[in-house]
Design a protein around this ligand. Structure first.
Ligand code: NDP
Length: 446
């Protein structure tokens, strides 16, 4: 790392103690920015980078709610409004027991560069809660969401901050959040949240967009070597929104998807995952992944204590959570003949895992590029809301495809321009950074 950047990174660590995921995200960006800072030292000298690491606003609040047994429960809510140089803060809400400020800051920081890369006019933010939705009834989820929005509503708005879903937050939760926002403000302000249901301001393709986009990105990377997704054997982790749609798009493009997982283990299906059955188990019944193997009648096996990355495959789409793929798994995947990896999740690969794969010549699509299709389609949802319009599936899908192609090419061109051909990590970070930095410079000391 450049000495100027190293000094700044140490300062960020000191100012944000104990936030290991945020430290990791900052380190990844700083490692990649070396070539641009060498050429343009003014980015460090002007304090732009230091300002970028400090969120514009951090909101932490109490979320009291009553469970089905009449007991009062307390959770902690977060919204980190990181950067508004390019547009209103934009980024999802995560409901998971592991959530604390360091996770929200890592996700918000990543979001700044990802959103810039999409070419859409959106800033970066992220939020969520340490609320655990697992095992909660529908009524409990609703009461939690209503209480969460009772505080959040005063900080968001179509021109201010536009949240969406993430882990533990899907269309159901967005519905309860939107309903409460509408009730408090007495406004049908559809552009305040994205990921809405189709009949009340949602966009076609938004549910599919992140998983579809990640596979489109993998396909683009493979095409630089004269291959494509057709005929690949694909390893997917997770079985939520991103994973299910990554499986769907891989299959549409002629690949065989061998795996899926959740926090209880993974399934291997040598014939290829039966997506309809997996959707039944995970989306409709909200069941566990073992039920898929049971109902597949011997054609699939469930592995409770192992690692999904031990299964041989040519393409990997990690789509569960941060740091789910470590250096050991990376070496196993490389030994087993991995050709390409696109991060469907945010920061699923540890720094060492990423380095191993890049050194081994694996085509490596970092999350801030590969999973940007979700937020890009959220921005398309905002466009439809602003113009009171509804686009067809095909039209929106074509737009997503174009955005992913442009984004892929931008990463590649930028990597080339800065002397690291084929390195998508460098390309994505520099392209996103330069766009935000130049906007901040133009807007004065903000
Ligand atoms: P979902 O809640 O729909 O699904 C998450 C999946 O990952 C579930 O299968 C879950 O299993 C599994 N998972 C979560 N945490 C862990 C863990 N600690 N260990 C093992 N498995 C785990 O979330 P999404 O699909 O929306 O999000 C997945 C990833 O994609 C996240 O990193 C998110 O930030 C990223 N992302 C999502 C976008 C979107 O549009 N939704 C946009 C861009 C990125 P279980 O049910 O057992 O917890």
């Amino acid at each position: 790392m450049e000495p100027g950047l190293e000094k700044l990174r140490d300062e960020v660590f000191r100012r944000n103690p104990g936030e290991s995921e945020f430290h990791q995200a900052v380190t990844e960006v700083f490692e990649a920015l070396g070539p641009v800072v060498n050429r343009h030292p003014e980015y460090v000298e002007s304090g732009i980078l230091r300002r970028m690491c400090e969120p514009e606003r951090q909101i932490i609040f109490r979320v009291p709610w009553v469970d089905d047994n009449g007991h009062v429960q307390i959770n902690r809510g977060f919204r980190v409004e990181f950067n508004s140089a390019l547009g209103p803060y934009k980024g999802g809400l995560r409901f998971h027991p592991s959530v604390y400020l360091g996770i929200i800051k890592f996700l918000g920081f990543e979001q700044i560069f990802k959103n810039a890369l999409t070419g859409m006019p959106i800033g970066g933010g992220k939020g969520g809660s340490d609320f655990n939705p697992a095992g909660r009834t529908d009524a409990e989820i609703m009461r939690f969401c209503q209480s969460f929005m009772t505080e959040l509503y005063r900080h968001i708005g179509e021109y201010t901050d536009v949240p969406a879903g993430d882990i533990g937050v899907g269309t159901r939760e967005i519905g309860y959040l939107f309903g409460q926002y509408k009730r408090i403000t007495n406004r049908f302000e559809s552009g305040v949240l994205t990921g809405k249901g189709m009949s009340w301001g949602g966009s076609l393709v938004r549910p599919e967009a992140t998983g579809y986009g990640a596979v489109m990105f993998a396909d683009q990377m493979l095409r630089t070597r004269g291959a494509s997704m057709d005929g690949q054997t694909v390893l997917v982790s997770g079985s939520g929104n991103v994973a299910l749609n990554a499986i769907a798009k891989s299959q549409q493009l002629g690949a065989t998807v061998l795996t899926a997982s959740d926090s209880s283990g993974y399934v291997v299906d040598e014939d290829g995952i039966d997506l309809e059955l997996l959707r039944q188990v995970k989306e409709v019944r909200r069941g566990r992944i073992a039920e898929y193997a049971e109902e597949r009648g011997g054609r699939s096996r469930f592995v409770a204590d192992g690692c999904v990355w031990d299964v041989p495959g040519t393409v990997a789409i990690p789509s569960a959570t941060q740091n789910e793929l470590d250096d050991k798994s990376a070496l196993t995947l490389i030994d087993n003949g991995l050709v390409a990896l696109a991060e469907g999740a945010n920061m699923p690969c540890t720094q060492k895992a990423t380095e191993h794969m890049i050194h081994a010549g694996v085509l490596f699509g970092p999350g801030k590029a590969a999973n940007a299709g979700g937020v890009a389609t959220s921005a398309l949802e905002m466009q439809q809301n602003a113009s009171r319009d509804t686009w067809s599936f095909e039209y929106t899908h074509d737009k997503l495809e174009q955005i992913m192609t442009d984004l892929h090419d931008r990463c590649l061109e930028t990597a080339d321009r800065y002397g690291t051909p084929g390195n998508y990590v460098v390309g994505a970070n520099i392209a996103g950074f330069v766009k935000v930095a130049d906007a901040m410079l133009a807007q004065g000391v903000i």
